[in-house]
Design a protein around this ligand. Structure first.
Ligand SMILES: Cc1cc2nc3c(=O)[nH]c(=O)nc-3n(C[C@H](O)[C@H](O)[C@H](O)COP(=O)(O)OP(=O)(O)OC[C@H]3O[C@@H](n4cnc5c(N)ncnc54)[C@H](O)[C@@H]3O)c2cc1C
Length: 421
């Protein structure tokens, strides 16, 4: 087993780290303060605008070749030829993992490098399963950063941990697909450039359980699509992306908008989510590293009862435990990435589910400690910790709750002992 990145990936990781530190961090600090102010004063339309400074950062990152690096190995060929730096660098999951970690240090970085969810997952979906027309219309502008996308699976009316529950209908009628129903927690729908949704809908209620649903590309401006409201996540709006509740009323799109044909949503979801979970998990490691860094700095620089905070109570032990937890989780993720590279999503099922549980839990614990050692400041808007805690907490639900992923790990484990599903 070799988890070392290729020389090219190591070089790119260093370039991304430097860009995050030198270019993104100063802009982010300034935007963080501005967004906090805007929220305190009622928000307004300005919250949902992409600041010029961020678009400028994207231009700079792209000019340095730090663009679409998530695009998997094997797909850089024709895309690199056609798009130049738009085509990614042909990195494996092991190669990309440390880059994802570096972007996890900043809330803004994944977007600046065109490597943010849910666009990355949607791009991979189109890359692997999209028709040439679908790729030309949606994938090209996504990779070019001209549009954003959203992924609409979860529904308010049903327990969406079980994806076979989805009730929104997506019925093929002649040369059209007609969608009716309601989704929520649709991330990215608030972004001013969001142009298309990948919607999971019920097409064949009588088919076998995992062949009933389809994934359909729905342009946001299709009549009948309505963003009913934006949801907050523990008080954060996650602007300019946001999470929305969206209704679909007699929404009609051409049948050619179904990805890979009706009834294939589950098969597609499997392919979409493997690498995406490595990205998420490694970003969580970056987040935890940043929190530990802040905790150490604060604990060394502030004194109480005649000592630096790090020397009080069990704080040294907590720092050690954080380091052990972060490094263990990182190795677990690299192992999952390595298995994904070798055996594909079905050969790394248990490992990918394991990291989906481990990484956000470690991040949440480390951020929680960092908040505690910051005292009241840790919960204030003056530090990024409250946002970081919320992000880690959210990842324990987004893309499936911990319990569902533990269920996969247990199933694979028991399968080794001959237990049936
Ligand atoms: C910030 C954020 C962003 C999100 N972004 C998106 C997005 O872009 N697109 C999208 O479609 N969805 C998104 N989601 C939704 C997310 O994927 C769902 O919330 C999640 O899958 C759980 O579905 P549910 O909310 O319906 O919970 P339910 O299905 O009602 O489950 C509730 C609880 O029941 C328990 N439970 C469920 N199944 C099991 C089990 N097998 N064993 C034990 N306990 C179980 C768990 O404790 C679970 O948390 C997002 C959520 C958040 C918080």
């Amino acid at each position: 087993m070799d988890f070392s990145p290729s020389p090219r990936a190591a070089e790119l990781t260093e370039a991304v780290r430097a860009f995050v530190e030198d270019e993104i961090a100063p802009v982010e600090d300034h935007l963080h303060t501005r967004a906090g102010e805007a929220r305190r004063h009622g928000g307004g339309a300005d919250l949902w605008r992409v600041p010029d400074e961020v678009r400028e950062l994207q231009r700079k990152a792209r000019a340095q070749g730090l663009w679409n690096l998530f695009l998997p190995a094997g797909h850089e060929g024709p895309y690199a030829e056609r798009f130049g730096t738009r085509g990614g660098a042909g990195l494996t999951n092991v190669d990309y993992a440390p880059i994802a970690e570096a972007t996890g240090w900043s809330f803004l970085a994944p977007y600046v490098f065109n490597c943010n969810a849910p666009d990355t997952g949607n791009a991979e979906l189109l890359l692997r399963y999209g028709s040439p027309e679908q790729r030309e219309r949606w994938l090209d502008p996504l990779l070019d950063g001209r549009i954003r996308s959203a992924f609409a699976m979860t529904e308010p009316a049903v327990a969406s941990s079980d994806a076979t529950n989805m009730q929104l209908t997506a019925v093929v009628e002649g040369d059209e697909v007609v969608l009716d129903g309601r989704k929520w927690w649709t991330t990215g729908i608030g972004h001013p450039d969001c142009a298309v949704l990948v919607v999971m809908g019920l097409s064949a209620p009588d088919a076998p359980r995992h062949q009933r649903h389809s994934m359909v590309l729905v342009p946001l401006d299709t009549p009948g699509v309505k963003v009913e409201r934006m949801l907050d996540t523990m008080g954060f709006l996650d602007e300019p992306f946001g999470h929305g509740e969206v209704s679909f009323t007699d929404v009609r799109v051409p049948a050619t908008h179904v990805i890979a044909g009706p009834g294939r949503a589950f098969e597609l979801a499997q392919g979409r989510l493997g690498p995406g979970r490595v990205h998420h998990a490694m970003r969580m490691i970056g987040l935890a590293e940043r929190a530990l860094h802040l905790a150490c700095e604060r604990g060394l620089s502030r004194r109480a009862f005649g000592k630096p905070l790090v020397d009080l109570g069990g704080n040294r032990e907590r720092i050690a435990e954080a380091r052990i937890a972060i490094d263990s989780a990182r190795l677990l993720i690299l192992h999952a990435a390595w298995k994904l590279d070798r055996y594909g999503p079905t050969g790394a099922l248990s490992e990918v589910s394991a990291i989906k549980v481990a990484a956000p839990n470690v991040a949440q614990q480390v951020v929680d400690f960092a908040m505690q050692i910051h005292g009241g400041a840790g919960l204030s808007g003056d530090f990024p910790l409250a946002g970081a805690w919320t992000a880690a907490r959210a990842v324990r639900l987004a893309d499936g709750p911990d319990e569902v992923h533990k269920g996969v790990v247990a199933r694979v484990e028991l399968g080794k002992h001959g237990a049936a599903r």
